[in-house]
Design a binder for this molecule. Structure first.
Ligand code: 5BU
Length: 257
């Protein structure tokens, strides 16, 4: 097995302050687990964040699935992120021209730039999308993940698209922190890879989601962070289940350094 640099060592290669912070946070907390908090009410999300916060490095949101969203909610969520030392990642998947995504990032009901440390975007529209988001994000020390691959069956992503996404990221190292992908894409140790579609057993759901195990994601495919939603959320004891994923993820990482 290939020996890899530790997360803390890789921080030295990051050109974005938030990426460095994330690597150090993972190292200090001994967690490469991101919780996909796909719940539809604010109280439920806050309770999850408070309970599972100590186990995770990142809490991933879909802010537009909340039925009772208020600005006050984001203030409470940020307090929990500071209390438990995790970053907030809004899985918004921006995909429009630079001018529009800038508005979607800063304005509207959600004011995403005010509370989300990390956002993601498709590179499909071209580099203007990154420039638009960076205009707002950089001054608040935020970071962007580009979508290079997806976990769903029969998606339209190709190897060439992933390579071109990497090339786009390389044009914006001060703002792009890494990728949503199923695998490592580059030999540059500064990029962070986050992988959704992870459960303790391989499998799929009824709508095309495909799952790999933490070992496959982190060892075989050399990703860095496992993103887990229903694997934890559907368990009767979510805390015990989160601990299982955290241990599995950390063991897979430690094997390689
Ligand atoms: P799950 O319950 O572990 O299947 O949830 C996965 C989450 O990750 C969910 O919020 C998706 O929107 C998100 N996701 C994904 O599953 N696959 C992808 O390729 C991307 C995001 Br990008």
């Amino acid at each position: 097995m290939q020996v890899r640099l530790s997360y803390a060592e890789r921080a030295a290669y990051c050109k974005n302050a938030l990426a460095k912070k994330l690597f150090f946070l993972m190292d200090a907390k001994k967690s490469n687990l991101a919780l996909s908090a796909d719940v539809t009410h604010c109280e439920e999300m806050l309770a999850l964040a408070d309970k599972l916060g100590p186990e995770i490095c990142v809490l991933k949101t879909h802010i537009d699935i909340l039925e009772d969203f208020t600005q006050a909610f984001t203030i409470e969520l940020r307090k929990l992120a500071d209390k438990h030392h995790f970053l907030i990642f809004e899985d918004r998947k921006f995909a429009d021209i630079g001018h529009t995504v800038k508005l979607q990032y800063e304005k509207g009901m959600y004011h995403i730039v005010d509370w989300a440390d990390i956002i993601n975007a498709h590179g499909l529209p071209g580099p203007g999308i990154v420039s638009g988001l960076m205009d707002e994000g950089l001054k608040k020390q935020r970071g962007l993940l580009l979508l290079a691959e997806m976990s769903s069956a029969n998606n339209l992503f190709t190897d060439d698209y992933a390579k071109q996404t990497l090339r786009m990221a390389e044009q914006f190292p001060e703002f792009v922190i890494g990728f949503i992908s199923q695998r490592k894409l580059s030999e540059d140790p500064g990029w962070i890879y986050m992988t959704p579609g992870v459960q303790l057993q391989e499998g799929k759901d009824a709508l095309g989601q495909q799952y790999v195990t933490p070992d496959i994601a982190l060892v075989k495919h050399q990703s860095d962070i496992i993103i887990v939603g229903r694997g934890i959320l559907k368990a009767s004891d979510t805390l015990a289940e989160a601990k299982k994923y955290r241990e599995a993820g950390w063991k897979a990482y430690e094997l390689q350094i």
